[in-house]
Ligand binder design. Structure first.
Ligand code: NAD
Ligand code: IPM
Ligand code: MN
Length: 369
């Protein structure tokens, strides 16, 4: 059996807690002979800053380049509110995404049947929901230059962020979205603000061109990003794949998370291009949520988004489809069995903490053997 090189970067806050549970699932897969892993671990975010003065060390970056896949918990927290901007915890994550060229961020929002009542929307609006947000991850306003704050002569200050997209960046993310739509319900909604932004004008034009030239069997609709946010809450089941830029994708995926019951439910995959010679594709898997300082250290975090991210790694990086299905079935199983962390708790259910949810997941995995 091939051994997969996996780098674990727990990060900060609940990142460390949810990573502890995913490690138990990895061990389970390893000891049952379902998959074989060579595991490395390192620091990222505030934890790395405290240790070496940088939000990710050069050694950790080298391990990231050498890994077949990376699992990341979450970064950030109030402890690092006053560190220099370049050293903030989030900069470690952004460097990983940029340097590894992980341009395609897949954020599936699936409402498990057992959780339809945990959503802030009515059951009938979210039951059966399965939306995939395809977020561009290495461009746009996150990385555009100039990005500055300066003092003006009149005592005022000026801050600048720059939204930049080149057509190749839009083309490649559009292709990912159309290809994935073909494996699903064959519909893509592309969202931007061409009514206000030049990057929106280019986005809409390039997505249309890629569609016309290569994917005219897929249904394509364009929606303005503000309206798309409204539609996601009004009638989320109209969506199959949503393709959008870095910032809109960040916001829309947090919105989509609540449709499924909690931010603690949403996994994600950040993928690079398939390398021509090796056929390899760099990849990092992480929950959509952050370090959750309000509940960190209390053993309350929901580890499902993190465990779901491992399932995505099994599927997209290692081609272990059966193992991925098995982990995802275990998630559905514990939810159907009534196990709930605080964020998804409702009357009559069994309340568990982070490790209790881990126990339930392992018990469910055992059942399937
Ligand atoms: P957050 O996602 O950390 O938390 C938002 C809310 O959701 C909080 O109330 C939190 O308790 C809850 N929540 C999140 N994940 C949960 C889980 N697994 N189980 C139960 N509840 C959960 O967002 P925030 O509070 O805006 O940001 C906190 C820090 O995390 C910031 O420093 C931010 O930059 C960082 N952040 C990091 C990532 C990442 O590492 N990928 C993502 C988002 C935010
Ligand atoms: C996310 C997070 C990150 C982002 C932060 C932590 C840099 O919010 O992954 O959704 O904005 O991309
Ligand atoms: Mn976010």
């Amino acid at each position: 059996m091939a051994t997969h090189k996996l780098l674990l970067l727990p990060g900060d806050g609940i990142g460390i807690e949810v990573m502890a549970e995913v490690k138990r699932v990895i061990d389970w897969l390893d000891t049952r002979g379902v998959a074989s892993f060579a595991i490395e671990e390192d620091l990222v975010g505030g934890a790395a800053y405290d240790s070496c003065g940088q939000p990710i060390s050069e050694e950790a970056m080298a391990k990231a380049f050498a890994a077949d896949a990376i699992l990341l918990g979450a970064v950030g927290g109030p402890k690092w509110a006053n560190v220099p901007y370049e050293c903030r915890p989030e900069a470690g994550l952004l460097r990983l995404r940029k340097d590894l060229q992980l341009f395609a961020n897949l954020r599936p929002a699936v409402c498990y049947p057992a959780l339809a009542d945990a959503s802030s929307l009515k059951r009938e609006l979210v039951e059966g929901l399965d939306v995939l947000i395809v977020r561009e991850l290495t461009g746009g306003v996150y990385f555009g230059e100039p990005k500055t704050i300066s003092d003006l002569s009149d005592g005022q200050k000026r801050a600048i962020d720059t939204q930049v997209y080149e057509s190749y960046e839009i083309e490649r993310i559009a292709r990912v979205a159309f290809e994935l739509a073909r494996t699903r319900r064959n519909k893509v909604v592309s969202t931007e603000k061409h009514n206000v932004m030049k990057t929106g004008v280019l986005w809409k034009q390039v997505v249309s061109e890629v569609h016309g030239a290569e994917f005219d069997d897929v249904v394509l609709e364009h929606q303005l990003a503000d309206s798309c946010g409204m539609q996601l809450v009004r009638a989320p089941k109209q969506f199959d794949v949503i393709v959008t830029d870095n910032l809109f994708g960040d916001i829309l995926s947090d919105v989509a998370a609540m449709l499924t019951g909690s931010l603690g439910m949403l996994p994600s995959a950040s993928l690079g291009a398939v390398e021509e010679v090796s056929g390899r594709r760099r990849a990092l898997y992480e929950p959509v949520h952050g370090a959750a300082p309000d509940i960190a250290g209390k053993g309350l975090a929901n580890p499902i988004a993190m465990v779901g991210s491992l399932a995505m790694a099994l599927r997209y990086s290692f081609g272990l489809i059966e193992a991925a299905d098995r982990v995802e079935a275990a998630i559905a199983g514990v939810l159907a069995g009534g196990f709930r962390t605080n964020d998804i708790f409702s009357e009559g259910m069994t309340r568990v903490g982070t490790s209790g949810m881990g126990d339930a997941l392992l018990a469910e995995l055992d059942k399937a053997v």
